[in-house]
Design a binder for this molecule. Structure first.
Ligand code: GLA
Length: 495
């Protein structure tokens, strides 16, 4: 399978849900019934796209580096029918996600000031039409749509519930307008589209949601987006556990996610300037990856292109502690607000923050990007299973320490959960996704996984049950082992 393949279309649930097809059928029947109750007719098609867990490579996709996620079985389903002259977006869980209606105009603005769940659908809708315009393809007339959504990806949990809804919505919009695009195209435009919701995210979540495959993790690379298979060692199981500290990327973007994206770009520009680029060229440098050749030119020798040389350069050139706006403006020869002219998300970051950590962020990125090919190489190596597991576990532990200490995207709850995971026997454990809350991913041996999960339940979740935060019956959603699952698809079902 490659980025050039068309989106999968199935007339059966089994290719997507495998062993869980019967439960999936009941769920789809419920979605169909909710659709009929609201709209008085059956949906014409369903589109679905999954959440993901990232195994390694955190906060480096927007710096141009490859990451290594896998698709999860939890997903978002969009039932859709062409009708009326509006986009009527409903959710099976109407109490939590009340009905919203939008115009069919693809040029409408997404109101980021008023965050609401329907914005994700509108972002996807705009994305489809903008992609057609960008490639100079004729677009069909925008049609009114009736939509009923149901999601099982926990929200604010770091498992890409937002990519799942954006990708599934895009597939539904395409289907209803007769638009056929490749998996690569959909991965790219949905990543851009999600930025309408106000998060300047990279492209990992959408790429794996669209290109995921059962049984296989993917090394996802960018520019252009592509995914290659990574076969995980026999007997390796990844366990996802939710810290239950909710972190909504869109709502906290200015202080968390988008701030980190700005810090990385400023670190790249400042490094370029200190490596001898003119201020004008340094201002054009957007990612830490673009700084690599400049480092290589200065730090000659056999290891010049490695993470080691990049770390040495950062340690030598960027000072400890935060940079103030004025200091960066002096180094780059321009006002930061001019540098980000027209970029509303970044301007909100500048308005809310006057100090930027550059050294720690760059140190994280240059070390973390190396752990991704290292992880893949361990999986592909001829080493014995135990040796492979130990090496993968070590890479995961290092990744967590770097996210916690250098990128500062962990949280008290995540650190506590990682400790419980390790004490329960995880070979490696780390936060996954954007962080500041959400989930951890731990590596365990297949034969030990049940015992591991029981210990984590006792060590982390029992207290939360006693405190009334969750119920015993919620536990299967809070901690579960997952194999790589299917990517996005359109389903034409006879239910
Ligand atoms: C979020 C973003 C991704 C990626 C991760 C961190 O999930 O959507 O693009 O940056 O955070 O690795």
């Amino acid at each position: 399978m490659s980025a050039g393949d068309p989106i999968n279309v199935y007339d059966d649930l089994a290719p997507v849900y495998g062993d869980a097809t019967e439960a999936a059928r009941r769920r789809y029947e419920t979605i169909k019934a909710a659709f009929e109750e609201r709209f008085g007719a059956a949906p014409e098609a369903f589109a679905r796209s999954p959440g993901r867990v990232n195994l390694i490579g955190e906060h480096i996709d927007y710096e141009g580096y490859g990451v290594l996620p896998m698709a999860l079985a939890v997903d978002t389903v969009v039932a859709v029918r062409k009708a009326g002259n509006q986009l009527v977006v409903c959710n099976v869980d109407a109490d939590k996600y009340p009905e919203k209606a939008f115009s069919v105009d693809p040029a409408q603005e997404v109101d980021v000031g008023k965050h609401n769940w329907g914005n994700y659908f509108v972002a996807a809708y705009k994305g489809v039409f903008e992609h057609l315009a960008a490639k100079g393809a004729a677009a069909p007339a925008p049609a009114g749509l009736q939509i009923m959504i149901h999601g099982t990806v926990p929200t604010g949990g770091g498992l890409s519930s937002s990519a799942a809804i954006v990708c599934a919505s895009a597939l539904a919009v395409m289907r209803m307008h007769g638009i056929e695009l490749t998996k690569g195209e959909v991965s790219e435009f949905t990543a851009k589209a999600e930025r309408y919701v106000g998060v300047t995210s990279g492209g990992m979540d959408q790429a794996i949601s669209i290109m995921g495959m059962p049984g296989i993790a993917k090394l996802v690379e960018f520019n252009p987006v592509r995914a290659s298979d990574v076969v995980l060692p026999e007997g390796a199981v990844f366990v996802v556990a939710n810290s239950l500290a909710i972190s909504n990327k869109a709502e906290s973007a200015t202080k968390h996610y988008n701030l980190r994206v700005v810090e990385c770009r400023l670190a790249a520009g400042v490094l370029a300037a200190l490596l001898g680029e003119s201020k004008e060229s340094a201002r054009q440098v957007l990612t830490l990856k673009e700084v690599e050749p400049l480092i290589e030119a200065k730090y000659s020798g056999p290891k010049a292109s490695t993470s080691g040389a990049q770390t040495a350069a950062v340690e030598e050139l960027l000072h400890e502690g935060a940079y103030e706006t004025a200091e960066i403006e002096e180094l780059l020869g321009a006002k930061l607000t001019d540098l980000y002219e027209g970029n509303a998300s970044a301007l909100r970051v500048l308005a809310a923050n006057g100090r930027f950590e550059l050294r720690k962020r760059a140190l994280h990125v240059y070390a973390e990007k190396q752990r991704v090919p290292d992880f893949r190489d361990v999986c592909n190596s001829g080493a014995g299973v135990e040796e492979k597991l130990a090496k993968l576990g070590k890479l995961m532990d290092e990744s967590h320490a770097s996210c916690r200490d250098l990128y500062e995207c962990s949280s008290v709850e995540l650190d506590a959960l990682v400790q419980v995971n390790k004490a329960a026997g995880a070979i490696g454990s780390r936060l996954t996704g954007a962080g500041w809350g959400g989930c951890t991913v731990s590596l365990a041996r297949e034969g030990e996984v049940e015992g591991f999960i029981e210990k984590v339940k006792g060590g982390y979740f029992k207290g939360l049950i006693e405190a009334g935060r969750i119920r015993e019956e919620d536990l299967p959603e809070c901690i579960f082992a997952s194999k790589p699952a299917s990517g996005g698809a359109v389903l034409t079902l006879k239910l």
